[in-house]
Design a protein around this ligand. Structure first.
Ligand SMILES: *[C@@H]1O[C@H](CO)[C@@H](O)[C@H](O)[C@H]1NC(C)=O
Ligand SMILES: *[C@@H]1O[C@H](CO)[C@@H](O)[C@H](O)[C@H]1NC(C)=O
Length: 312
């Protein structure tokens, strides 16, 4: 739900950021900062896959995909692109094949305006890409909207999931922390980045309607999804096979993570999701907000790498 409702509070945020402009950023704790967006490392290869009536952009890193490797698939948050995983890719791709995807409608991927955006559709796209690339099972990292997509994949296609690390997920639109979101001091900078990067990437791949990337239309479609979804209950999470209760290797390992200074999602949410996925793991990462992968990339990469590397 990255960025949800930020636009409606833009005036408030602009006022706030004007007030904080004189604060020296060196004195701020990491969770109150939005460090520079990393660039996406140069991939071994990248391509647009023609799946589900769209063109899904993805990039491959690290060792080659083979029958015996379980690659890592990275799913980014709403209104941004795979670029925001720029700090994580180098650590993971030394050991694992890594696939960075630009979600449908986001980044370099195209949209199909005839269908609403949904986590179920993003999940279908990811499975279709795995089929396209000949990948039977993957390890997943999801952040914010990408975390919700990763959870949807785990509910709908558990047999395709070896393990999944979700950061900043929610299970209901009511989980959004409105005062927390409105209090984000770097909100205006965040929206500027989302917009300028969106326009730049659409221009790079020539995906502009009438010569102009339709930022407003894109935001409306993403926010319509975030306002209505997800609506998961214990029953939905109960579709995930329970680790240690089914045959060894048959159930996904799920780690639910959040920053200890998460400001966009209410504090009870990570624990509640962890409680609804039997035998899942819970990690509260120190010194980070919803934007942890930029605020403490070393800590974030260390935790994800340890989880991905652990024998099952
Ligand atoms: C793709 O388009 C066809 C024809 O309009 C439609 O039946 C199908 O549901 C679409 N698939 C997806 C995933 O949107
Ligand atoms: C991708 O590039 C890295 C670094 O140059 C190399 O070690 C690796 O083998 C390459 N992978 C493929 C699939 O070519």
């Amino acid at each position: 739900m990255l960025g949800l409702l930020i636009h409606t509070s833009i005036l408030f945020l602009l006022t706030l950021s004007a007030m904080t402009t004189n604060t020296s950023s060196t004195n701020l704790p990491p969770w109150l900062t939005l460090p520079a967006t990393p660039s996406l490392p140069t991939p071994n290869s990248s391509a647009h896959a023609p799946i589900n009536n769209i063109s899904l952009w993805h990039a491959l890193y690290g060792p080659p995909l083979t029958e015996n490797t379980i690659p890592i698939i990275l799913l980014h948050g709403g209104k941004i692109s795979s670029r925001w995983y720029g700090h994580l890719i180098p650590s993971l791709s030394t050991t694992f094949p890594v696939i960075a995807i630009d979600t449908r409608a986001h980044g370099r991927s195209s949209d199909d305006p005839s269908v609403d955006l949904s986590y179920a559709l993003f999940a279908q796209d990811t499975i279709a890409l795995m089929d396209y690339l000949g990948i039977r099972q993957a390890r997943f990292v999801g952040w914010s909207d990408g975390a919700n997509t990763a959870l949807q994949i785990t509910m709908d296609h558990p047999e395709r999931v070896d393990r999944v690390f979700v950061y900043g997920a929610n299970y209901s639109p009511d989980n959004v922390n409105l005062p927390g979101l409105q209090g984000i001091s770097f909100g205006a900078d965040l929206v500027d980045r989302e917009r300028s990067q969106y326009e730049e990437l659409k221009r790079d791949v020539g995906l502009q309607a009438g010569g102009q990337a339709d930022w407003e239309g894109f935001v409306a479609r993403v926010e319509a999804m975030q306002a209505g979804e997800p609506r998961w209950t214990g029953e939905d999470f109960g579709r995930i096979p329970v680790l240690y209760e089914v045959g060894d290797g048959d159930a996904p390992v799920v780690l639910v993570a959040a920053g200890d200074h998460e400001e966009a999602i209410l504090p009870h949410v990570p624990g509640r999701i962890h409680g609804m996925i039997a035998n899942s793991q819970l990690a509260i990462l120190p010194g980070m907000s919803h934007f942890g992968p930029l605020q403490d990339p070393e800590m974030f990469a260390a935790v994800v790498t340890a989880f991905m590397s652990r024998p099952r």
